[in-house]
Design a protein around this ligand. Structure first.
Ligand SMILES: [Zn+2]
Ligand SMILES: [Zn+2]
Ligand SMILES: [Zn+2]
Length: 672
């Protein structure tokens, strides 16, 4: 490392917009050269997913919902393969319409008009891209026979109506021959290719959103490369984990971006924060500086990055045998996007060796109701440390309220917030209130609506704070109103997985579903000194609300809709009118039907959600439609079965094994 004495902090560090602009300019400068490798460039923006890889329909639907495939012409198409077809047609000067209505109104599938995938307007030809492999197999969630029948029906329809149909297939793409196939089809049907000139193509690109989308991906990738301190080998290794045939090209392209960035820093004789860490570490390693600190304290340890940990370890190694104290809260680790690597905290020993651990488990801010709800919720993730938080303030009733967004039957989240504020102000005109949202757009929306809400009186909007979940960390208010619980990529939990290239460059994430969003919810929920209000959408229910609406959590349900939903869990499936009520028995909790002796069900308590689970012969199945957790039970005696390992591998064994007087030695074959 060469260090100049007059080096200064880069202009990129004080304004993220400047870096974004620089990346955009870098991209635009070489756009002309990139025209020859457009498919490779596109694979940087759009993940080349194989629809056959999705096991459940829901997964595929969510994927399509959360990942936009936008063509050069600007239309939204259903998948990566359609994107390739559309862009190929566009680049070859063939005019088309995507999913235009067919000339005949005759229907093929139940309830929908027939819309061929593409209509080549000038040539008057229809193009269907069939999702089948060479053997007629379809996506796992699609009825193969029905799909193949529909293919036949489509062909017949075109024959009868005298229209020309050409076909491409999923397997053309799998075999890497989709574009070849298109070329062949055009030749066979005398469709002239008139490839766009470079200037025309550039104009298309400039008029599309592609440049800004691509620049955003590059910008985030560059940040991840910096905080993770990846060199070209590191970038290649990360991208090799992806299912992208252009991974090598993408890695080389990102490496070039990184090198250009480093040159830009050199040109302004500047360093950024990542350089600071790297260079500080190098100076110590080269023994040009000898650390003398005997005590090292790292605060907010849960957000530490691999690079920062490297510096800390270097300080320790070259110092006078110092002690180190790390203070952190793994439940509040929410900065992965800026390099935070949670497992350095949760697997402290693996990274730093022998240590002693002190759990801070007393809070003076919130009460036991909020502590239990938030704590149990975050501890669902097995990666988090387990602890029971003691609260200074004790209450006997739940202080977490669940409300829906409906006012007079119509969704109006801001209106509901106004009602809550009015209710709070009746008893506590001076208390502080915070409104917390996952996204700024929602926060601004609520704020604007409250300003113009005619029902709110003067002074009621006094002492109100507006925070995003991220910004709320470290802050507190007497009452917190959490808004924006619904499904989707701008909902909460945010179901967008993040861009696939950026994701693979960022630090590894603990694998539990919605793990960081879960911690974010914990942070938001624990901002309140007195009460937390959750305002949730009753339609398209957020996964978090489904979870919190189970007997495992003791919350106050102030919504008819949610109360009905909650009670569904307890409807007895074995008789007409009974409800399952929880009892505390000598051997733990169990449920019993209110019908009494007329109904003999004795549900257990679901270990996942606390709802009643109903015994069948081989399994007990949770009565909560959103859980449906299955517990294997013994078909001889009804006790739970346990996974055992024997001479011939795994098997299920009855937990009645070895019990005095009523032992059950029943076993079952292991079926994962
Ligand atoms: Zn019953
Ligand atoms: Zn359950
Ligand atoms: Zn048994």
């Amino acid at each position: 490392v060469h260090l100049s004495k007059f080096v200064h902090l880069s202009k990129f560090t004080d304004d993220p917009k400047k870096l974004n602009q620089w990346v955009t300019q870098w991209l635009i400068n070489q756009l002309r050269e990139l025209l020859t490798v457009l498919e490779k460039l596109f694979s940087l923006v759009f993940k080349p997913v194989n629809p056959f890889d999705f096991e459940a329909q829901e997964d595929y639907e969510n994927y399509v919902r959360d990942n936009e495939y936008r063509t050069l012409n600007g239309e939204l198409v259903k998948g990566y393969q359609e994107l390739i077809i559309a862009n190929w047609l566009c680049r070859n000067g063939i005019e088309y319409q995507y999913e235009a209505p067919y000339k005949s109104k005759r229907r093929i599938a139940e309830g929908v008009d027939y819309k061929p995938d593409f209509y080549l307007t000038e040539a008057d030809i229809y193009l269907e891209h069939f999702g089948v492999d060479r053997h007629g197999k379809t996506r796992p969630d699609i009825d193969r026979q029905k799909y193949n029948q529909e293919m036949e029906l489509k062909r017949n329809l075109h024959r009868e109506c005298g229209t020309k149909l050409i076909e491409t297939h999923h397997y053309d793409w799998v075999e890497g021959k989709l574009e070849q196939r298109l070329e062949q089809l055009m030749r066979e049907n005398n469709v002239k290719l008139q490839p766009l000139t470079n200037d025309e193509l550039l104009e298309k690109l400039n008029n599309s959103d592609l440049i800004s989308t691509l620049a955003e991906v590059l910008y985030k990738s560059l940040q991840a490369i910096r905080t993770e301190q990846l060199n070209s080998d590191g970038i290649s290794a990360r991208l090799a984990q992806l299912d992208n045939q252009h991974a090598n090209w993408c890695a080389a392209f990102l490496t070039r971006l990184h090198q250009s960035y480093q040159e830009a820093l050199r040109e302004e004789n500047a360093i950024d924060f990542d350089d600071m860490i790297l260079q500080a570490q190098a100076v110590i390693q080269q023994q040009r500086f000898k650390p003398k600190w005997r005590h090292i304290l790292v605060d907010e340890f849960q957000d530490i990055s691999a690079a920062r940990l490297g510096l800390v370890k270097t300080l320790i190694k070259h110092g006078p045998n110092p002690t180190m104290t790390a203070v952190g809260d793994d439940w509040q680790s929410i900065y992965r996007f800026s390099g935070g690597k949670l497992e350095i905290t949760t697997r402290f020993g693996e990274y730093l060796g022998t240590h002693s651990l002190t759990k801070l488990d007393k809070t003076f801010r919130y009460n036991n109701s909020i502590a239990d709800t938030a704590g149990n919720f975050v501890m669902e993730n097995p990666e988090q440390y387990k602890k029971q938080v003691e609260t200074h303030t004790k209450v006997s009733n739940p202080q977490v309220y669940l409300l829906d967004t409906l006012i007079a039957g119509k969704p109006d989240p801001a209106g509901k917030v106004a009602k809550i504020i009015q209710a709070i102000r009746e008893h506590a005109p001076e208390d502080s209130i915070a409104i917390i949202c996952r996204y700024n757009y929602l926060l601004n929306d609520v704020r604007e609506n409250l300003k113009h809400d005619a029902e709110l009186q003067d002074g009621q909007l006094k002492n109100i704070n507006y925070w995003t979940f991220h910004k709320s960390k470290g802050l507190e208010a007497d009452h917190c109103i959490l808004v924006g619980f619904f499904q989707g990529k701008v909902g909460f939990p945010n179901e967008n997985k993040g861009h696939y290239i950026v994701e693979t460059l960022l630090p590894t994430l603990d694998s539990f579903k919605h793990s960081e969003e879960r911690r974010l919810f914990y942070v938001g929920l624990t901002r309140a000194r007195k009460k937390s209000y959750l305002v949730a959408d009753p339609h398209g229910m957020s996964a978090f609300i489904k979870e919190i609406l189970t007997p495992k959590y003791d919350i106050a349900i102030s919504s008819e809709r949610f109360r009905e939903k909650f009670q569904e869990i307890f409807k007895c499936p074995k008789c007409t009118n009974g409800y399952l009520k929880r009892h505390q028995g000598q051997y733990g909790a169990f449920y019993r039907c209110t019908t009494g002796n007329g109904c003999s069900v004795r549900p257990r308590v679901c270990s996942a959600c606390g709802s009643p689970t109903i015994d069948h012969w081989f399994h007990s199945i949770c009565n909560n439609p959103d859980c449906r957790g299955e517990t294997p039970i013994c078909d001889k005696c009804g006790r739970p079965m346990k996974q055992r390992e024997g001479r011939y591998g795994k098997f299920w064994g009855c937990t009645g094994y070895g019990i005095k007087d009523d032992q059950c030695r029943h076993t079952r074959k292991w079926l994962p």
